[in-house]
Design a protein around this ligand. Structure first.
Ligand code: PGA
Length: 256
């Protein structure tokens, strides 16, 4: 299984700044076997970055899209419009769930749309601080996991990536705390067990599970070595070239 290092730039960087940043990354990164580096720029930058990027080194991801392929949906962009520009799409990020009120039904439709269009969905799941305090983590993870995946065929499940992102550990969330490797190991183990129980061992073994939430160069090594963690989804630190490259180099060293 590959190691995935995914940078989510969120609503940051202009088109020009994105291009300069990508140029910097491309200069510093070498193609690495077994390592998949992905960046998710703002929607407006994706078109130009897709012409600039070297897909052997870095792949592009959409941060969001609408689940219909085309039609009268003013202001929306579909994954069928993005499919030639991106290889991945983030779906169900907690900012989409909680700020934009996306439901599991919306997220399920987006997962299906991504797969239908040949784009790999990165389905984000994770409990809030209060869900965790009330001991609801297991139920929340199960509901979000199967809420997002229930329309996916057994064959297509192998084209999905899961990202475990506890909302309470995301750096921009008020009062965010660092998740300990033990916290993450417990939840990631739960996710693997739930996938196995529902879809079988063969499918479960092919679904990468990433971790995201306040990842930086000093904790990335500990997070990457948690059993069952196949990569990282990085917000804040992915906007700092030195940090992002340090994390990629670390992932490379851990694989060799
Ligand atoms: P963070 O964001 O790394 O800044 O915590 C992660 C995310 O929201 O995907």
């Amino acid at each position: 299984m590959k190691t995935y290092i995914v940078g989510n730039w969120k609503m940051n960087l202009t088109v020009g700044e994105s291009s300069i940043y990508l140029h910097k990354l491309l200069k510093r990164l070498k193609q690495a076997r077994g390592l998949e580096v992905v960046v998710a720029p703002s929607l407006i930058a994706i078109q130009s970055l897709s012409l600039q990027v070297d897909r052997h080194k870095i792949k592009l991801a959409a941060q969001n899209f609408y689940h219909q392929d085309y039609g009268a949906y003013t202001g929306e962009v579909s994954i069928s419009q993005l499919r030639t520009l991106v290889d991945y799409a983030i779906v169900g990020h907690s900012e989409r769930r909680y700020i934009f009120k996306e439901t599991d039904k919306d997220i399920r439709a987006k997962v299906a749309a991504a797969i239908r269009n040949g784009v790999t969905p990165i389905l984000c799941i994770g409990e809030t601080a209060s869900e965790r305090d009330f001991g609801e983590t297991k139920d929340v993870l199960r509901d979000q996991l199967f809420g997002g995946l229930s329309d996916v065929s057994a064959e297509d499940l192998k084209k999905v990536i899961i990202a475990y992102e506890p909302v309470w550990a995301i750096s921009s969330v008020k009062g965010a705390r660092l998740a300990s490797p033990d916290d993450i190991a417990t939840s990631v183990d739960l996710i693997h067990k739930q996938l196995k129980a529902r879809f079988g061992k063969e499918v479960e073994e092919q679904i990468p599970v990433l971790y995201g939430g306040s990842v930086n160069p000093s904790n990335a090594g500990a997070y990457l070595t948690i059993p069952g963690v196949n990569g990282l989804l990085i917000g804040g630190s992915s906007l700092i070239a030195d940090h992002f490259v340090d994390i990629i180099d670390l992932a490379k060293r851990l694989r060799s």
